[in-house]
Design a protein. Sequence first.
Length: 115
Amino acid sequence: MSRKTIMLILGIIGGAGAFIAQEFGLALDPASVIGAVTVALVYIFGEMKVDMERLRAQSHKWSDPKFITALAMVILAQVNSAFGLNLPIELIMGILTILLGILFKKDHKQEVNSV
């Protein structure tokens, strides 16, 4: 389990605990709540900074045809659902999935041949 997932779980438990405490009329110590939230936020923002540096290091991958195809699939499915365009989404996704498979196979062959 990643550290971010653990922090997410702790945040959810803390939120649920605060909700339950309020519902049952229990008193929460504001200093401990603020302290816990501050520690969680500092950790999350520190991890975000590291993640952004990793993202910048991989910026060349944003123009990869596989990424663009997968992104188009996600956006098209969401737009079709959100706006009720009634596009034959199964057919479109099938075609894009086949295209994505071809792109992955092409890259795999290039990697095997270069070794």
